[in-house]
Write a new protein. Structure first.
Length: 295
């Protein structure tokens, strides 16, 4: 398994590396640190003063070397400089080139409160990437946790929920971590249609949680730790806030039903969850990506 880290020499970049190291050690994966630079736009008829592109590339390689030096010796790490007009597209192309399984980024920039605040590149990735994107909340670099402790999978009844569950099950099996399945009554539109009857809504959520629980258990080794729970609330934020979280936890959510096939689209539900969460979030595309789908 290989993980591409979208790196910048910023606190957000350090958070991405820290999460990448945590995921790599948990999954036995290798890391590919990547900086995307804009291509040289100097017109041929204009002679540039000095070799700006060469200088920028040298600086990027220096930053990558410094970041690579922070990765523990037991984890394989490579570094790459790529040129592209779009940083997000460049990371997607690099992911395809090295056949990576996930993109890891830091949530630096403005836009959301809480542990996450999405910059433009991260936001674009969360609306276009063909592979799961892991987003590290602020200050991930300050955590002493070196492995994922538990995976929480937020399951609804939308299209792609089966892909999300399968991804969470495979991750937990590979990592040997407990899996917590969460059914959020306030999240799912199907449940929302029944909000006029709280008892009916909760009973439907409970039935769905049981079905998901049994499906997950069938995919896991005998005795594998898997639990399921239901939380409800007047808002998404209220429901999510009722869950207990510890350092080292990770949550997986599905892409919005509005997403194009094999592409992410961060829905309003996940965005609202980010406002109150302070654990890494992995957003999973609605459909599995095959080799023929890579750019």
């Amino acid at each position: 398994m290989r993980l591409v880290i979208g790196y910048l020499a910023t606190s957000g970049g350090a958070d991405a590396v820290a999460l990448g190291v945590r995921l790599a050690r948990t999954l036995g994966a290798e890391l590919d640190l990547c900086i995307v630079l804009p291509p040289d736009r100097v017109a041929p008829s204009i002679k540039p003063i000095g070799d700006f592109e060469e200088h920028l590339t040298a600086q990027a390689r220096e930053w990558l070397a410094e970041a690579s030096a922070t990765v523990p010796d037991d984890i394989v790490v490579r570094s790459h400089v790529r040129y592209d007009d779009s940083s997000a597209d460049g990371l997607i192309q690099e992911t395809a080139r090295v056949e990576a399984d996930m993109i890891v980024v830091g949530a630096a920039g403005g836009g959301l409160a809480g542990g996450f605040s999405l910059g433009s590149v991260v936001n674009e990735l969360l609306h276009s990437a063909p592979v799961p994107v892991a987003v590290a909340p602020r200050r991930t670099r300050d955590s002493g946790i070196d492995r994922v402790r538990e995976v929480t999978c937020a399951i609804g009844e939308r299209a792609g929920a089966d892909i999300l569950l399968d991804t969470a099950v495979r991750f937990s099996r590979a990592a040997g971590t407990p899996l917590r399945l969460v059914s959020l009554v306030a999240l799912d539109p199907t449940f929302g249609a029944l909000r006029g009857d709280g008892d009916a809504a909760r009973e439907r959520a409970l039935t769905h949680a049981r079905q998901v629980h049994e499906s997950a258990k069938a995919e896991l080794p005998q005795g594998f730790p898997v639990t399921s729970t239901i939380v409800d609330g007047a808002t998404v934020e209220e429901a999510v806030s009722k869950l207990d979280w510890q350092d080292g936890d990770l949550i997986m959510v599905g892409s919005s039903r509005l997403s194009a096939p094999r592409r992410l689209f961060l829905g309003s539900t996940a965005a609202k969850m980010m406002r109150v969460l302070d654990v890494p979030m992995v957003v999973v595309p609605r459909q599995q990506l095959g080799p023929e789908d890579l750019p």
